[in-house]
Write a protein that binds this ligand. Structure first.
Ligand code: CA
Length: 429
């Protein structure tokens, strides 16, 4: 629903919000922050170069919205998101009013903190994490590498493929990602060995955060599934390709992918993304229609999102030389073969209970063109075509000291751009 909070002419009295690449007043993403000196983590919204303390300004909001906001004093957004889309929308309206009315400034300004002085935390206590596989170009590219004769298995166009990941190793953006040890069988070797992964990779994905859950045994109809989504962030599914190749059959990803998963700290709500909804791109001729439990006309008409996603790489040598990051790819979330609502409906279709703060990864979102491939596995053709960097270095997979930064933003004619911030990590031995 597009309303006055998306008005491109809206003016926020926080000066840094005007023209901010990520956090203008039309965005108002939700997250968990703390201040230097050890204040307790609590809910905040990013506005320009500042973070607004939501618990502190809660008394200025409607009573039921204020009660939901105060739960973030516990250090997670779970209970706020569980309050549902109506409360999230009225929170957005309330924040928008406070930040665009100069008369409110004296009551609000004291609760703004310089973002540079804030520590950002995981937005949710994540009970469960599921990673899907909705990027059909990625599925074809990876399938071709692992199974040259049979890249896309016949179930792909009927059932949203996914696996249960590990919630305990999801970390907020920033800091180190330790190179995992693992069992691998290098080409030409009869027996496997154990040691540091030599084919460490990233996967460019979006995170879909569950808001309201569903009871065990109570599926979520496709027409209601979108209302169970609180918002989106960026997700990096760090992957050890050599471990993956040896361990993945017959039960799928395991230790190759559960050593660390990164997410960006700000949850961009579906309300903020309303201007960037699109029709789900038509399936190629000959592809089957979704089965009825995954098909909803409104979802097909506006259930996809046009979000641009970019991946940047810097090596230690590049940083020491003061060089700009090397862009590895730029693409769009329109590469998803299934909509976010279809993922929720499918996940709950057997009665599986989703809970507030559950994390659904979209799967790697590669476009058709190599400039939009979302992993090194694809960009370097499984390590056979190295990338040349401005220092003269080359890369097939990630080396110690390499930093991967993912960013994302949405823009459209006549609309103010909203951004996701970044999801970053540096490889450590
Ligand atoms: Ca993945």
């Amino acid at each position: 629903m597009i309303d006055h909070t998306h008005d491109p002419a809206a003016v926020c009295w926080v000066e840094s919000a005007a023209g901010h690449a990520d956090f203008p007043v039309q965005n108002l993403p939700l997250g968990i922050f703390s201040l230097a000196g050890g204040s307790a983590p609590r809910g905040g919204t990013a506005i320009g170069d500042a973070v607004l303390d939501l618990v502190a300004i809660a008394p200025l909001l409607e009573a039921d919205v204020a009660a939901a906001v105060k739960t973030t004093a516990g250090g997670t957004l779970n209970a706020l998101a569980a309050a549902g889309p109506d409360v999230l929308r009225r929170l957005r309206h309330g924040l928008f009013a406070l930040l665009t009315d100069p008369a409110q400034r004296p009551k609000v300004a004291n609760h703004l903190h310089d973002a540079a002085g804030c520590t950002l935390h995981l937005p949710f206590a994540i009970g469960d994490y599921t990673d899907f596989y909705t990027g059909i170009h990625h599925a074809e590219n990876i399938g071709r590498i692992f199974r040259p004769d049979n890249p896309l298995l016949p179930n792909y166009k009927y059932v949203p493929i996914g696996y249960h990941g590990r919630a305990s190793s999801v970390r907020v953006s920033g800091g180190e990602v330790r190179r995992p040890m693992g069992q691998t069988r290098p080409a030409g070797h009869e027996a496997p060995g154990f040691g540091p992964s030599r084919r460490l990779d990233y996967e460019l994905e979006m995170a879909i955060w569950v808001g309201q859950g569903n009871e065990l045994g109570q599926p979520v109809p496709i027409g209601e599934a979108g209302a169970h989504i609180a918002g989106l962030s960026l997700l990096n599914d760090w992957s050890a390709r050599d471990v993956q190749a040896w361990e993945y059959q017959p039960l799928g990803p395991f230790l190759a992918k559960n050593f660390h998963t990164g997410v960006s700290p700000w949850v961009v709500t579906l309300d903020a993304l309303a201007p960037f909804r699109r029709a789900q791109p038509p399936r190629p001729a000959g592809d089957p229609a979704p089965l009825p439990y995954l098909y909803d006309e409104a979802d097909q008409a506006s259930g996809a999102f046009d979000i641009t996603m970019e991946v940047l790489l810097t090596t230690r040598a590049m940083r020491e030389a003061g060089l700009s990051p090397h862009r590895l790819s730029i693409g769009s979330t329109l590469a998803m073969y299934w909509t976010p609502a279809q993922l929720v409906a499918h996940h709950a279709s057997n009665g599986c209970n989703l809970a507030p703060g559950d994390l659904l990864g979209t799967g790697t979102l590669s476009g058709a063109d190599p400039s939009s491939f979302g992993s090194l596995m694809e960009i370097t053709a499984s390590g056979t075509q190295p990338i040349a960097l401005p220092t003269g270095e080359t890369r097939t997979f990630l080396e110690d000291g390499d930093e991967v930064v993912m960013t994302a933003w949405a823009e459209a004619e006549g609309r103010v751009r909203v951004g996701f911030g970044s999801c970053a990590g540096v490889i450590a031995p």
